[in-house]
Every structure is written in structure tokens, then in C-alpha cells.
Design a protein around this ligand. Structure first.
Ligand SMILES: [Fe+2]
Length: 456
């Protein structure tokens, strides 16, 4: 019995953690949790059983209970024979403070992990840099916000009948994640994931015939659940890929931009997010978001990027400003401003994006009277962590960097900064206990350049 891939620490709360791994054979494994790196004493309830079986591709997620909030824990995974399957022995991770606790937080976010597109000597360079920065900056968790794999070749082979779909996608995950530079991070820092197009195929959901009924899509979704979503929060039900979570007084709402995307639906049927996701997030933003002081909206594709004139040209159908999706872009932005302006507690909303193969800082400003309390939403984008960066975007030269959100120029998005190097983003949410206030600071670590800093 050996470890095939992992482990990955997924969702953590003040009282629990999800731990994922892939073994090389079936059997009941156990996950042991400790508060010390060497002591044999386990936390109450430990060990927990994890059944590894063929129908889930030998992957398993085990949810463990943790006795204290905001503490460092150590864990071990043992095979059916009782010996450890972790080659380096116990790993550690930290869980969250209790809900509602005022505290500072630093987390990281990345997207577009395609190391094989890059110069062999530098494929994992940004991952290695992350490891050093993570130790130094007390990073509490990582968000991987799309294109954690590139399944395009698999999709093509399956379409041609050359490969079984489910097993094909599993092999892609094994290939893309099976590197020490990646697993050193994912085994030690809680990691939250959301897919984007390449977990299925480039531009998924924007072309004719792309629907939830597509056979290869169903296989890609099954494997997405096995490798990624199984260790995410699932607070909107086991079928939903969108989710929400919190860290003290800081909230996160993670949108699923691919699972329901279908351009054959009418605009009133929400071709981007689908009606069920819209109901869920409207309810959550209206009734739950005010429990947080700062809220991050995580979108694999940034809400503000390609200007509408550029997006209506077919290769940019993936963007929020594409004509068929624009009503959802405007509806979401209006909803975010409404929630932030009507709440006394929730002071700031920030959007996080990936996908576009460059780093950006953008802002969305509302000039509407009803938004006079809080008029600005910032957006930070980090992409790519390993894929080729894009260089300069010609559509910004042709169409400018202004993204009109509504028809009357009362809500306007603008790209403020662009960074064409590979990168990862850090977000510091700094709590000032004297003033009882939060300040959000964005740091973009770029390949071969010094970090860029933006204070909100
Ligand atoms: Fe990508």
C-alpha cells in the first residue's frame, strides 16, 4: 500500500478539517491527528477511517474533528496494515479561529497550473517561491481558483474514442499534481479549489453543444469531485460546486462559473451561473453576508476584464462582458453594491479572479445615489502560476481598459494595473484592534520582479 497522490488539506474550520489522498490500492486507511510532531497521543476521536475504493479512483476524503480553534495540528495516514503511507512522516496544518473572532489574516491565491507549457528548468519555480513566502508570511490557506489541470488533450482523445473519459481525467490530475513542489504546499496549507474551463476543455460552456448533459462533461465533473470538490465546503448541497466559508470575521463566496454554463439558455435562464446558483447566492448575500466585516467574491474569470466591445468578438465569449452574460455581470455587481450599502457590519467587498494569464488590479465604481455609502469594489487577479503568461493584450490597446457595467455609465469597471509575468497573489486582511477596522492589502509576487503592493 502506498500513497499515489496527496495528501491535501482541504476545508478547515475551528473544529474540523478535511484531508484528501489517493492510494494505489483499495482498503480501509486511517487518519491520525496529533497536537505534537512526535508524541503518540492522538486528539479525541482519532483515528478516523477512510475507505479507499476503485469507484472513486482510489481517492478518499476524511473529515477529522479538532479539539481547539486556531491551533497547529499534525497528521498521519496509515494503510490497512497499520504503517504510515506518508513518505516524510507527519505533516502539519493550522485550523481557523472561532467564527466571528476579530483577527488579521493572510491568504494566497493562484490559477492556471500548466507547468508543461513552460521551460523545463522553471516549471515549478513559482511553486517553490510560494513555499518560501508561505513560511515567511504566515499564510493561513491557499485558494486555487481555476485551471488546476488542463484536460484539453484528454477531452480530444475521449471525443475520438481513444480513451475512457473518467480514467483519462484521473491520469491528467495525477500528471499535473504529482510533483513535490506542488504537494509540499497542498499537504501543509488548507487549500480551497474551484474549477474553470480547462478542468473540462478550453472555453467550456461557451460553445454550441456544451451543456450539463454532455457525456464528457459528466465524466470531468465526476473526477473534479473526486480530486478537488470532495475536500471543499459543501454548504449549498452535495450537487452544488459553489460554496461559502469564513475565517473569523472575513467571508468567502466562491462561484461556479463552469458547472452550469450553457449559452443555449435564454438570458433570463442565467446562461452563466444557472438559476439554482443565482437563488443560492442571492439568499446567502442577502441573509448571511452581513455576518462578515470583509467579504471576498471568488470568480475563476474576473468580473472586470475584457471591455464589452472586445468580449463580443467570439474568442472572448468566456468573459463576463460578453453580450449574453452581461446581464449577469450587471446583476451581480448591483447585488454586491446593494448588500454592502445596506449592511452596517459588512464594510468591504473584494473580487478575486484568475484565468486571464496576467495579474491585474481593477476597480468597480458606482455613481448611483443608493450606493453613496460605499462606492467602490476592488478586484485582484492572479494568473498564471505555471502556464505561459499572455504578454500584452491587444484588446486593451484597441478597446481601452474601461468596462461599462450598466447602460447609463453609472457603474464602471476599470483595469488599474496589469502584470504580464507569472505570479501568485497574497491578500493581507489587517485588523486594527484600536480602531476596530480592517484594511485589505494585495501583494502580487511576480517571476523575476519584486512584489507589487496595492493598499485599498
Ligand atoms: Fe488558464
Amino acid at each position: 500500500m502506498a500513497l499515489q497522490l496527496g495528501p491535501i488539506v482541504g476545508e478547515v474550520t475551528h473544529s474540523s478539517a478535511k484531508i484528501w489522498f489517493r492510494a494505489d490500492a483499495e482498503g480501509t486507511h486511517t487518519c491520525h491527528v496529533f497536537t505534537d510532531s512526535t508524541s503518540p497521543t492522538e486528539v479525541p476521536g482519532s483515528p478516523w477511517q477512510a475507505v479507499v475504493s476503485q469507484p472513486t479512483g482510489h481517492t478518499a476524503t476524511v473529515q477529522v474533528a479538532l479539539p481547539n480553534a486556531d491551533q497547529l495540528y499534525y497528521y498521519d495516514i496509515r494503510g490497512p496494515g497499520g504503517s504510515t503511507i506518508l513518505p516524510g512522516g507527519r505533516l502539519s496544518f493550522k485550523n481557523t479561529p472561532a467564527p466571528g473572532t476579530p483577527t488579521s489574516l493572510t491568504f494566497a491565491f493562484v490559477s492556471c497550473h500548466k507547468p508543461f507549457a513552460y521551460d523545463a528548468a522553471k516549471r515549478f519555480l513559482m511553486w517553490d517561491q510560494m513555499e518560501a513566502v508561505f513560511k515567511d508570511k504566515n499564510i493561513r490557506f491557499l485558494l486555487m481558483i481555476g485551471d488546476q489541470i488542463y484536460g484539453d488533450d484528454c477531452f480530444k482523445k475521449v471525443s475520438r474514442g481513444e480513451q475512457p473519459a473518467v480514467e483519462g481525467y484521473r491520469e491528467v490530475y495525477q500528471q499535473y499534481w504529482g510533483h513535490a513542489s506542488v504537494m509540499k504546499i497542498l499537504g501543509r496549507y488548507p487549500t480551497y479549489m474551484i474549477w474553470d474551463d480547462h478542468e473540462i476543455r478550453d472555453g467550456w460552456g461557451s460553445q454550441g453543444g456544451d451543456s450539463e448533459e454532455h457525456t464528457i462533461f459528466k465524466a470531468a465533473r465526476q473526477v473534479y469531485h473526486e480530486f478537488q470538490h470532495g475536500h471543499n465546503p459543501m454548504n449549498f448541497g452535495p450537487e452544488a460546486q459553489h460554496y461559502a466559508f469564513g475565517f473569523g470575521q472575513v467571508g468567502f463566496l466562491v462561484l461556479d462559473l463552469r458547472g452550469h454554463r450553457d449559452m443555449s439558455r435564454n438570458m433570463d435562464e442565467r446562461p452563466l451561473l444557472g438559476t439554482k446558483q443565482w437563488e443560492d447566492i442571492t439568499d446567502w448575500l442577502t441573509n448571511r453576508a452581513q455576518n462578515y466585516r470583509v467579504l471576498f467574491i471568488v470568480c475563476s474569470v474576473p468580473i472586470v476584464h475584457a471591455p464589452p466591445g472586445a468580449a463580443d468578438v467570439s474568442p472572448l465569449m468566456d468573459h463576463w462582458s460578453y453580450m449574453k452574460i452581461r446581464p449577469e455581470q450587471e446583476a451581480l455587481v448591483r447585488l454586491l453594491f446593494k448588500v454592502m450599502n445596506e449592511s452596517d457590519n459588512l464594510r468591504q467587498i473584494v473580487v478575486l479572479g484568475g484565468n486571464v494569464h496576467e495579474g491585474t488590479v481593477a476597480e468597480i465604481r458606482s455613481y448611483l445615489q443608493e450606493h453613496n455609502k460605499r462606492r467602490r469594489i476592488y478586484q485582484f487577479t492572479s494568473s498564471p502560476i505555471a502556464n505561459e503568461p499572455v504578454g500584452a493584450y491587444s484588446f486593451f490597446i484597441t478597446f481601452g481598459k474601461t468596462v461599462r457595467i450598466d447602460g447609463n455609465d453609472e457603474i464602471i469597471g476599470k483595469i488599474l494595473e496589469e502584470f504580464p509575468e507569472r505570479n501568485f497573489g497574497l491578500v493581507h486582511v489587517n485588523y486594527d484592534s484600536g480602531a476596530d477596522s480592517y484594511r485589505v492589502v494585495f501583494e502580487l509576487y511576480r517571476e523575476g520582479k519584486s512584489p507589487y503592493t496595492f493598499s485599498t
